[in-house]
Design a protein around this ligand. Structure first.
Ligand code: PRP
Length: 178
């Protein structure tokens, strides 16, 4: 275990099993279709890489980067597009892939923004959901794990850009935040 980690919330094995399940479910529900997964950088990259390798239908990728948190642990509420999609999504079956839904502000903005580009369908898949933190209503279609309101890192999630490469989801020791 990494020396800065207080406890592991979700192990590599638990994540692997759940991501396999999500991939299977998506493959079944979109049977006969092609999907476009939109990864929201940077947090979603690890989850997305594992998820798509568990999807058996034709799958295309694109990416967006948006800002919400800044450098701290609290959501500012402001959402800004740092990198937009490369191509049109008109008529495509789109799945937004996120690492975490916290306040919901990022996804509320993204769903409204992407819906306006006329996809055939638009769904959301997130590895983690923190329902206690929600301030706006978003309809999340695929959730890996619902987690309590603790600040977590690893598997793509960062604290000040660190710890994204931990292969599990963990809570840091309190002194790391101080
Ligand atoms: C995180 C996460 C979501 C957003 C969720 O991204 O990946 O995009 O915050 O929070 P919300 O529901 O309160 O809007 P972050 O801005 O930390 O960027 P990152 O993915 O590059 O770490």
């Amino acid at each position: 275990m990494h020396p800065d980690v207080q406890k592991i919330m979700l192990s590599e094995e638990e994540i692997k099993d759940r991501v396999q399940g999500l991939g299977k479910q998506i493959s079944e529900e979109y049977q006969g279709e092609e999907i476009l997964v939109i990864g929201i950088l940077k947090g979603a990259m690890i989850f997305l890489a594992d998820l798509v390798r568990n999807i058996s239908i034709p799958t295309y990728f694109d990416f967006m980067a948006v800002s919400s948190y800044g450098a701290g642990t609290e959501s500012s509420g402001a959402v800004r597009i740092l990198k937009d999609l490369d191509k049109s999504i008109e008529g495509r079956h789109v799945i937004i892939v996120e690492d975490i839904v916290d306040t919901g502000l990022t996804l509320k903005y993204l769903t409204e923004n992407l819906q306006a580009r006329n996809p055939a369908s638009l769904k959301i898949c997130t590895l983690l959901d923190k329902p206690e933190r929600r301030t706006v209503n978003v309809n999340v279609n695929y959730v890996g794990f619902s987690v309590p309101n603790e600040f977590v890192v690893g598997f793509g999630l960062d604290f000040n850009e660190r710890y994204r490469n931990l292969p599990y989801i963990a809570v840091l020791k309190p002194e790391i935040y101080e």
